[in-house]
Design a protein around this ligand. Structure first.
Ligand code: G3I
Length: 445
């Protein structure tokens, strides 16, 4: 960046010096153009656009298949253009091209703009290579007991080796009334996992958003409340001992904004050390079970990240935690890779298992799209690739699983949660693989 700034200053200085007195009043060239993301992507071309530079006579456009521009596309080595855009065609489907631009004013030429990558749409279907056949770690998918058949199951069994119950292993479903458990759905999921040799992750014993009304309105004393919670955790973990080999014991205990402990009914009735008590009861019920703490905005919010690591550190003192779950409900444009890496670094430095536990990648976070454009599909693909690359680089001993929170776009919780169109997952409604799936595969390379 410094070189570009120096060149821009030189360019402007030379330009000012070259101006006659009469030009003094004229604005100097405002510097280097900025290139926009490739537009109108097709399977044989794209449109390049860039910002206006005042008083520029024209622009010089370079296009290459090499990021270092060591070679140029024929006719695109400093192609002279007077407009702020140029359509580039005759390109090869599935190939990535690079473009950059300079401004020209008389004899003066600006520095190069930023370099844009344009990935020309591949023709035909995306590769259907099974994710688990390429991944060196467990690839996870969520399940519902009502959807363990048909094409959903076909894809799960072909592509995944880890499953998480989307909602049926939560307190509001397993413990609908005091003293009455309902394990029908869980038993079905456990059988499916056992029959198909799938690793089943338990999610989530304690979560303020999935607590049955009779618990949030508990009529007994705090001591009776604590006894009830201990009984619930002990009953569930014991029942599935050896079948559910990991649990999110507590989910989302950190309040957004304050980054302090959420004032859930569990905290109100059992005190701040409710978390430690719950993990101790789970540990006592099944010492071999891997105990996780799971939360969202783990990457995007540094303050929350610190609070989560504090919970982990407190639990580690008594060996009550084995892993951390970063939910990873993210978008195509955030959080930055460096923030995701910070989650991994803090987890690995504590020698804990890392679970990217609920990955989905919003393509329409700003609700300004009615269809998934090719350009946005590629940006989403590249974010899947980025996340998978980061997870793939985690030391094997610290990789638990990378779980995607849903199969087909239309099944995503995000649609109803945000109330607008989005395409956050890896499969179309016809069960065909999207570019997002290709991005996952590319991240594994
Ligand atoms: O499928 C049944 C339907 O048969 C029934 O008629 C209907 C009314 O009772 O319920 C339907 O199940 C609902 C299910 O979503 C499917 O739509 C459950 O009641 C409802 O509780 C469930 O919501 C789940 C939510 O957690 C609360 O448990 C979402 O599926 C699930 O995606 C969401 O996942 C959470 C993670 O566990 C934690 N991180 C945030 C994430 C999103 O909120």
């Amino acid at each position: 960046m410094k070189i570009r700034q120096a060149l821009s200053i030189l360019f402007i200085s030379l330009f000012v010096l070259s101006c006659s007195k009469s030009d003094e009043a004229e604005e100097v060239v405002a510097g280097v153009p900025s290139a926009y993301a490739a537009a109108k992507l097709t399977n044989d071309g794209f449109t390049a656009n860039w910002t206006r530079v005042y008083h520029a006579d024209k622009y010089l456009v370079d296009v290459s298949t090499k990021a270092d521009f060591s070679t140029f596309l024929p006719n695109y080595n400093a192609l002279s253009v007077t407009a702020l855009t140029v359509d580039i065609s005759g390109l090869t489907a599935g190939v990535s091209y690079y473009y950059r631009v300079r401004a020209v004013r008389g004899a003066l030429i600006s520095a190069f703009s930023n370099v844009i990558t344009a990935e020309i749409l591949s023709t035909g279907p995306e590769p259907t290579t099974a994710l688990k056949d390429v991944a060196n770690f467990n690839v996870g998918m969520i399940v519902r007991s009502s959807k363990l058949t048909g094409q959903t199951s076909d894809i799960i069994l072909r592509e995944f080796d880890n499953i998480t119950s989307e909602y049926e292993m939560k307190m509001d479903k397993m413990y609908p009334s005091n003293g009455t458990y309902d394990f029908v759905a869980v038993d079905k999921i456990v059988k499916y996992a056992t029959d198909n040799n799938l690793n089943l992750h338990g999610h989530a014993l304690i979560w303020h958003n999935a607590t049955p009304d009779w618990v949030t309105k508990f009529s007994g004393t705090n001591a009776e409340f604590e006894t009830m919670v201990k009984g619930y955790i002990t009953t569930v973990v014991t029942r599935y001992k050896g079948k559910i080999k990991s649990w999110d014991v507590v989910n989302e205990a950190v309040e957004d904004g304050s980054n302090t402990l959420r004032n859930s009914i569990f905290r109100q009735k059992m005190g701040d050390d409710y978390i430690k008590k719950c993990y101790q009861w789970a540990r006592d019920a099944d010492p071999a079970c891997k105990l996780f703490y799971n939360d969202y905005n783990f990457a995007s919010n540094a303050g929350k990240r610190a609070a989560i690591f504090k919970i982990a550190d407190d639990l580690k003192v008594n060996n009550l935690i084995d892993g951390l779950g970063a939910q990873m409900h993210i978008s195509y444009k955030s959080p930055a890779a460096s923030d995701i890496q910070a989650v991994v670094n803090g987890t690995v430095s504590r020698n804990l298992l890392m679970h990217f536990s609920e990955l989905d990648i919003q393509a329409n976070p700003d609700n300004n799209m009615t269809t998934l454009t090719p350009e946005r599909a590629i940006e989403q693909k590249n974010k899947y690739k980025e996340v998978v690359k980061i997870f793939n680089a985690i030391p094997k001993a610290n990789q638990y699983a990378l779980t995607v929170w849903g199969l087909r776009d239309s099944e995503s919780w995000l649609i109803s949660f945000w109330g607008h169109a989005d395409w956050p997952l890896m499969y179309n409604d016809d069960y065909s693989a999207k570019k997002a799936h290709t991005g996952f595969l590319e991240g594994l390379k």
